[in-house]
Write a protein that binds this ligand. Structure first.
Ligand code: B12
Length: 487
């Protein structure tokens, strides 16, 4: 029996990354591809990108009456996900509800104890194989539930937690059949490249590092798997040919880990010689390692690289287990600037020992490193992160919707939550007020337009707009720039 399976992104919004564009829900594109190949009828309902609220989601559920509703949840979007499941069960308690993603994978016990009536199944870890086997079982053709790896579900004898699902091999990653055609491509734009069509793609999964604040190394259990350059290039060609995608963001936690593979991907993109652009994130030591081929990054039109610096001094880096040297951060950002590739980085604020002094030191370091974009992120204590134990005594709220890297959740010993928040906003203000005049003088026209566009988005749409007002008058010279920008 073919099941109608709704894959819904939660109606959660918090304004950092979202201000830059509308992003394809790649996880669902993969799940839908495998479900369809198994004869089911998956529907990707990207309620987040469509900015649909709960009522609109309910109307859609009532109209289409799916057999299964499946949602993804990372920690910040979890409460919004529960709101949707509550509404679904009110519409029709017979609809089977399935939850997956990083938060559900680690917090299924808490979820089933707090929301027993809302969630029928949690799929833990990588979802492609498990969701197909669950759909088979639900349609009465598959193996017994208890034999499906990677599941958690309540039964008469309590919570059933089946063995872990084996991760897909690299060859299996290459053979996945993402259902790109199930997306409405008009919905996906990258605002920094006006008129563009944006796709999130994945050339590898995981990271072997163990940064203490990061959920991804935990989720992929410090594993790393890479697809072949050929399969990545043919996907890029397919998306560009079929859907006019011309901006690609690599969702990879660590795309450059294998230099030979990465260079082959760059060579493959260069050989295409198309007007397509790439956004990515990676580790600073790989940018330093690749100093001799950064020209290939540039030629392949990798226009934007995010590197996680996270702390201004070695002590901070070691506390986060970043396994990088301060010098590598400085050199990586210098090399990206030299290569005229837009650089973005983040600094984590809000550890229990944070003080006004340590925050201003971080800001000075950020200004000195001079990346194009700097984020001053609030430490968000994922309840499954390595750091969680030591942070717990300082956590002021269990409202997960605030675990979004922009709202303070941890109160340091020597700073109130309000002071910490104010200091964070002041970092953004001081950093970008000194950046704007530099951008205005930039020679590289593409980068200049890109950066001024982003400032426009930040000032008109991001969480900064709501908060900045409280921070007093802008210097006249910057006011002039902003006015010109927003004109
Ligand atoms: C693309 C992306 C975005 C896009 C959103 C894309 C979208 N439509 O969902 C944008 C830019 C909008 C975004 C914003 C934010 N993001 Co973001 N994002 C990512 C990123 C880089 C890639 C996600 C992806 O496509 N992965 C590749 C796919 C293949 O893997 P996957 O999604 O994990 O799915 C697989 C499994 O997890 C599982 N699975 C996942 N969901 C489900 C659901 C079901 C039912 C099943 C069966 C299986 C399943 O199966 C899938 C296939 O195997 C991840 C980091 C990462 N590399 O994953 C961060 C990440 C998810 N984001 C994160 C955060 C914090 C945010 C923001 C809060 C940041 C901010 N303040 O702006 C916002 C929230 C915005 C919002 N409205 O929700 C964090 C979440 C941390 C945590 N543990 O909670 C991550 C992990 C980054 C990080 N390193 O910390 N993000």
């Amino acid at each position: 029996m073919s099941l109608k399976i709704f894959l819904i992104t939660p109606p959660y919004h918090c304004g950092i990354l979202e201000v830059a564009g509308t992003w394809t829900p790649l996880g669902f594109v993969y799940l839908a591809g495998e479900l369809r190949a198994a004869g089911h009828n998956p529907v990707i309902y990207d309620a987040m990108t469509l900015n649909h609220d709960l009522n609109q989601i309910v109307e859609r559920i009532i109209a289409e009456q799916p057999d299964v509703v499946a949602l993804t949840a990372f920690t910040a979007s979890f409460p919004a996900t529960m709101d949707v499941l509550m509404a679904v069960k009110q519409v029709n308690p017979e609809i089977t509800t399935v939850l997956g993603g990083v938060h559900a994978t680690f917090m299924y016990e808490e979820i089933f104890s707090q929301y027993p009536e809302l969630v029928d199944f949690v799929i833990r870890g990588e979802g492609e194989r498990t969701i197909v086997e669950l759909a088979e079982a639900l349609s009465g053709t598959g193996k017994p539930l208890a034999e499906i790896a990677g599941l958690a579900y309540p039964s008469g004898d309590g919570l059933v937690v089946t063995p872990k699902r084996r991760r897909l091999s690299e060859a299996e990653l290459d053979s996945l059949k993402p259902a790109w055609d199930l997306l409405n491509w008009d919905d996906y734009r990258y605002f920094m490249v006006p008129g563009s069509t944006l796709a999130v793609i994945s050339s590898s999964r995981g990271c072997e590092e163990n940064c203490s604040f990061c959920s991804q190394q935990k989720f992929w259990e410090q594993s790393w798997r890479g697809r072949t350059p050929e399969s990545v290039i043919s996907e890029i060609v397919h998306l560009n040919d079929e859907y006019g995608v011309n901006v690609f963001m690599f969702a990879d936690e660590y795309p450059t880990k294998d230099r030979k593979r990465w260079e082959a991907i760059l060579d493959g993109i260069i050989a295409l010689d198309r007007e397509i652009y790439f956004l990515m994130e990676t580790r600073v030591e790989d940018i330093v390692r690749d100093a001799d081929i950064l020209w290939k990054y540039k030629k392949a039109k990798v226009i934007h690289v995010y590197v996680g610096v996270e702390a201004a001094d070695q002590e901070g880096l070691d506390k986060f287990n970043k396994n990088i040297k301060v010098e590598e951060s400085r050199e990586a950002l210098r090399l990206l600037k030299e290569a005229k590739i837009i650089s973005e980085t983040s600094f984590i604020l809000g550890t229990p020992d944070e003080t006004k002094g340590s925050i201003s030191k971080t800001l000075q370091q950020a200004i000195e490193y001079d990346p194009d974009f700097a984020h001053f992120l609030m430490l968000s204590p994922w309840p499954y992160a390595d750091m969680y134990q030591e942070l717990e005594p300082h956590i002021v709220t269990k409202d997960y919707s605030k675990y979004n890297l922009i709202e303070p959740v941890i109160e340091p010993k020597n700073l109130s939550i309000q002071e910490l928040h104010k200091e964070m906003l002041a970092c953004y203000r001081k950093f970008y007020l000194q950046k704007l005049p530099k951008w205005d003088k930039m020679e590289d026209d593409f980068n200049k337009k890109y950066l001024l566009n982003s400032m426009k988005e930040m000032l008109t749409n991001s969480f900064l707009k709501t908060h900045m007002k409280g921070l007093g008058q802008m210097p006249a010279v910057v006011e002039k720039y902003v006015k010109k920008l927003l004109a």
